[in-house]
Design a protein around this ligand. Structure first.
Ligand code: ATP
Length: 575
């Protein structure tokens, strides 16, 4: 059974949910809030309280940082064009049904596929299973989500659990070297271009220096050799530089080879400067390396998968539970300092309740209905079991805020959450109504609407709490006393719980002997003559009105003739 809320009470439910939602770090976690819609069922409230009592203490500080790093890990079934699977006729149908790669019953030209797998001895031997045919589809998503695995491992450790993520990470480690080479391969073109540029720079430096040395005496010699047709001597002269350039090329190639893990020969020796890597050789090198890496990645992945396959179901569970943990962390953060209310059937009572949206609120204790034995709030000694309360008191004293606080506590209680109070005793209800004061709308329209809403709230039976903020503002005081009086009589007759804010405490008290009148009081003036409000209502007492204190303030601030007049008015308050 859902707890029914009218629209203004529902707005408070929405604000509470938003507080929790904004504390979650994963987008999907707040969907768990759907399981905590306010309920009227005491058994369900108890179960939820049990759940939070058990789970909230498990959430450790600082865990949010790791939760934020958890991303979903998706294993996708893909068709791999880099491999062919050669099988026996009898296996063909099953092998094709995997939809993982080309399947054939005959041997194929191995140059067409970097990877040739077979159940009949043509290439790498495999069994007929997706894990053996395409282990990369399992292992690569895990590799790419190492950060998620690391976060899961940390989260597991914070819960004192052994995490399978840690084990998977350990098994993935040998992949590092292959992946590094893959990365290098992906940038082969840039790598070669870079080397080429470096090499040409060095050669050009050498040539420049060489031409500089060819001055003076050498030049004269050189020209005379030329004139004599003595080409051998000239070539010998140039041969020295040619050898040096060849050395530079060899050096560049061996450096590249080291990075790539194979011997390479990319630069032609015949056209010396500027040197250009032959595109067909770069392409061939790429093909060769790619093929090698594919085989290596396949074999490594297969080995890893054999060792971690049994851990994957556990990993899935760990990922699921992070959502819950994120939700619990948000709840724990939001409900810091709250307490679990006791279920009882006497009404509403709480000690030192703290308004959710007022900063540093003064804690307020309150009771509507039966006073619990342990409710030992000063001034509450003479409370009977009144279910109908009229709340009076100073302007800006905190009357509206108290109605809000009661609604907040009720909503949280029915959600199964702890509530913002030191202690609370709450009865599971069927309906909660909160009617805010309509500040700006006057006239018959507003009056009619408000009256109709109240009557709707009073209709029918059930366990109801009705909170009404100052209704008389939209009608005349005389009429208000009659209307409120009658409404409260009906509520009383049906055993509903009601708190109504009104300045007509005195009149209503006379009309309604069953109702309690409470008052929020201004305690007096501070040194700077500001009003000091005590947010804690006095039980069974009409609030001392503010006008009196304002007169006193003026009497103390003014001088001379004005002061005398103010003092005279003040005396009228104190016969
Ligand atoms: N328990 C509290 N602790 C601290 N500040 C409070 C508390 N309750 C109310 N206030 C502050 O007092 C101011 C007035 O509160 P509120 O509007 O509830 O008073 P009110 O009695 O309903 O006023 P009005 O006379 O306008 O109906 C608000 O700024 C509110 O934040």
């Amino acid at each position: 059974m859902k707890l029914k809320l009218n629209s203004e009470a529902r707005a408070i439910l929405r604000a509470i949910k938003e507080e929790i939602r904004r504390r979650t770090v994963l987008p999907e976690s707040s969907t768990l809030l759907e399981k905590f819609e306010p309920t009227s069922d005491p058994g369900e409230i108890r179960r939820r309280q049990e759940y939070f009592r058990e789970k909230l203490p498990l959430v450790k500080e600082g865990i949010g940082e790791y939760i934020a790093r958890v991303k979903p890990i998706r294993f996708r079934r893909e068709y791999l064009h880099d491999r062919v699977l050669i099988v026996d006729e009898s296996e063909f149908e099953r092998a094709s049904s995997f939809g993982l790669c080309e399947v054939s019953t005959e041997s194929v030209d191995p140059s067409e596929y970097p990877l040739v797998l077979s159940t009949v001895g043509y290439g790498i031997d495999v069994e007929l299973s997706p894990a053996q045919i395409a282990p990369e589809l399992y292992v690569l998503p895990l590799w790419e989500n190492r950060e998620t695995l690391e976060a899961l491992a940390r989260i597991g450790e914070s819960l004192g659990r052994k995490s399978v993520a840690r084990e998977i990470l350990r098994e993935l480690a040998p992949l590092k070297e292959v992946m590094e080479r893959r990365r290098v391969l992906e940038s082969l073109d840039e790598l070669v271009a870079e080397k080429e540029r470096e090499l040409n720079e060095k050669i050009s430096e050498k040539l420049e220096r060489f031409s500089l040395t060819l001055t003076g005496k050498e030049l004269v010699e050189f020209l005379s050799e030329l004139r004599a047709g003595n080409y051998d001597a000239i070539f010998r002269h140039f041969g020295g530089i040619e050898g040096e350039i060849l050395d530079l090329i060899n050096e560049a190639e061996s450096e590249l080879g080291e990075r790539l893990g194979v011997a390479v020969e990319l630069f032609p020796r015949d056209e010396m400067y500027p040197v250009r890597a032959a595109p067909e050789r770069v392409e061939a090198l790429y093909q060769e390396l790619e093929r090698e890496l594919k085989v290596e990645l396949y074999l490594k992945s297969r080995g890893i998968l054999e060792r971690i396959a049994h851990l994957l179901p556990g990993l899935k569970k760990e990922l699921e539970s992070v959502k819950e943990l994120d939700f619990l962390r948000a709840v724990k953060d939001f409900t810091r300092g709250f307490s679990f209310p006791e279920l009882w059937s006497g009404g509403i009572a709480f000690v030192n309740g703290r308004h959710l949206f007022i900063e540093n609120p003064q804690p307020v204790s309150y009771v509507v209905g039966t006073k619990p034995v342990n409710f030992s709030v000063p001034g509450s000694e003479n409370i009977a079991d009144e279910r109908v309360v009229i709340l009076t008191g100073a302007n800006s004293g905190g009357k509206t805020s108290l109605l809000e606080l009661i609604t907040q506590i009720e909503v949280l209680f029915h959600m199964g959450f702890p509530v913002p109070a030191e202690r609370a005793w709450l009865e599971p209800l069927d309906e909660v109504f909160f009617f805010r004061r309509k500040r700006s709308i006057y006239g018959a329209g507003a009056f009619e609407t408000a009256l109709r809403s109240f009557v709707r709230a009073l209709r029918g039976e059930g366990r109801k709490l009705i909170l009404i903020d100052e209704f008389e503002a939209i009608t005349e005081p005389g009429a208000a006393v009659k209307i409120i009086g009658e409404l409260l009589r009906i509520a009383h007759g049906k055993g509903f719980y009601v708190v109504i804010v009104s300045h007509l405490g005195e009149d209503l008290k006379n009309e309604l002997p069953f109702a309690r009148v409470d008052g929020i009081e201004t305690k007096g003036l501070d040194e700077s003559l500001n009003l000091i409000v005590d947010r804690q209502p006095r039980f069974g007492r009409i609030g001392r009105s503010t006008p009196e204190l304002i007169v006193e303030r003026l009497a103390r601030k003014r001088r001379g003739a004005e002061r005398e007049i103010f003092e005279r008015i003040l005396r009228a308050f104190r016969p």
